[in-house]
Ligand binder design. Structure first.
Ligand code: PMP
Length: 409
């Protein structure tokens, strides 16, 4: 049995002060922890360079604006964007998807048009499309998952047709860990003239992406799942797709001119950034990307996958435990959902917490997927750079203890 990942990153644990308590933190899929360089970058900026951006003629505001725009360029480089103006800062993945569902959807969807999404979406990539469909008369359809927890590509191909105007798909399921083939989906969708949005909240933190290779038109993700702060996320849009999109929020920062009756929009991306943006958070995201790039995203993904492999192997021996997700590591990331016969997921998580193992329990904002799996909830362990085999040991030990307490097995 393999016990040590070859991509050993556990020396990084020391960079994460919150882990000093000894907690086995296995909930990075919900929100990751922040390393000292990110915390320090934000504090340093707040102490020395903070002011509102894009407005002041004074030195502090110029420095602050430069830091905010440097973060935009850093994000663009990280995801392979050709033009940093394709990077829009939002409040998070949810706001990024709403920006497209409303800003693009209201402009481009007509009664009878189809929006195609999937059975494994987070509510953030489902509810905004339900709202857009209701307002425009478009029809919301979905692609099911197969018995082995993959996206059913045959059904996707069948459902793609002239009437599909938007394919909104997850880059990696936050419940199953499944990574759909987004490049192929984008290719197929584009052949039919549809636009593609990828909810990359779980993908970008863990795997190197190049937005051009991915081929989608819009990609959304959040800083807080990639070692950065809450309150900032990214909507990347191909420039021609952003040009088809109307701002969905109005206010300061996003205008070129305003009269009492009307307004014209600022250039892209500023027209999508109404109000004072998350400035300190942008500095934090910049530092988080620097940190991840110093590790190397290939190493981050290899590490996640090695831990996932070890976890799947060991969890397979726990009596009464089912894995709700692919058992093979192919096209999969480091999220492992579990159910145990006769024990509610919340009870599992509570018993694990008594062993200082932090996992998430619930429907994971994916209620349609829970119905499809035939479960009310799962307990979910998710891995990131600071995890190591000791976290898996503690997880397995806690699960065995839960089984014993409930007489499972
Ligand atoms: N999509 C997926 C797949 C997610 O896992 C999450 C976060 N749980 C979101 C969207 C929403 O992200 P946020 O809450 O940062 O907007």
């Amino acid at each position: 049995m393999k016990t040590t990942p070859t991509t050993e990153l556990s020396h990084l644990k020391a960079d994460f002060p919150i882990l000093d308590s000894g907690v086995h933190f296995l909930d990075s899929g919900a929100s990751s922890q922040k390393p000292t360089p990110v915390l320090e970058a934000m504090e340093r900026f707040a102490r020395t360079s903070y002011a509102n951006v894009h407005r002041g003629a004074y030195k502090l505001s110029v420095a602050s604006t430069e830091a905010y725009e440097a973060a935009r360029r850093r994000v663009a480089r990280f995801i392979g964007a050709r033009d940093h103006n394709e990077v829009v800062f939002t409040r998070g993945t949810t706001t990024a998807i709403n920006t497209v569902a409303f800003g693009w959807g209201m402009e481009n969807l007509e009664p009878g048009d189809h929006i195609l999404t999937t059975e494994m979406e987070h509510h953030a990539n489902l509810v905004p499309w339900q709202m857009a469909a209701r307002r425009t008369g478009a029809i919301l359809d979905h692609v099911p998952i197969t018995e082995d927890f993959r996206l059913d590509m045959d059904v996707l191909e069948e459902k793609l047709g002239d009437h599909v105007k938007m394919v909104a798909v997850t880059g990696m399921s936050n419940v199953l860990g499944t990574i759909p083939d987004v490049s192929r989906i984008s290719h197929l969708a584009h052949e039919q003239g549809a636009r593609v949005l990828v909810d990359a909240a779980q993908l970008v933190p863990h795997r190197r992406i190049d937005v051009n290779d991915l081929g989608a038109d819009f990609v959304a993700f959040s800083a807080h799942k990639m070692l950065g702060p809450t309150g900032i996320g990214v909507l990347w849009g191909r420039m021609e797709a952003l040009e088809e999109t109307e701002p969905f929020e109005g206010g300061g920062e996003m205008i070129a001119d305003v009269t009492l009756q009307s307004a014209t929009w600022a250039e892209i991306p500023h027209r999508f950034e109404a109000g004072t943006p998350p400035i300190i958070e942008a500095v934090g995201l910049h530092a988080a990307i620097d940190y991840l790039d110093a590790i190397g995203m290939e190493n981050v993904f290899a590490h996640d996958l090695e831990l996932t492999g070890i976890a799947l192997e060991r969890l397979g021996d726990v009596p009464g435990l089912q894995i709700q997700g692919p058992l093979s590591l192919e096209d999969r990331g480091g999220v492992v959902s579990m159910t145990m016969d006769g024990i509610h997921a919340h009870d599992l998580a509570t018993i694990l917490d008594e062993n200082d193992v932090a996992v998430r329990a619930g429907h994971h904002c994916a209620k349609p997927l829970m119905r499809c799996l035939g479960v009310a909830a799962t307990a979910r362990a998710s891995f990131y750079v600071y995890n190591d085999v000791s976290d898996i040991d503690a997880l397995v030990k806690g699960l065995r203890r839960a089984g014993e307490l409930f007489g499972v097995g």
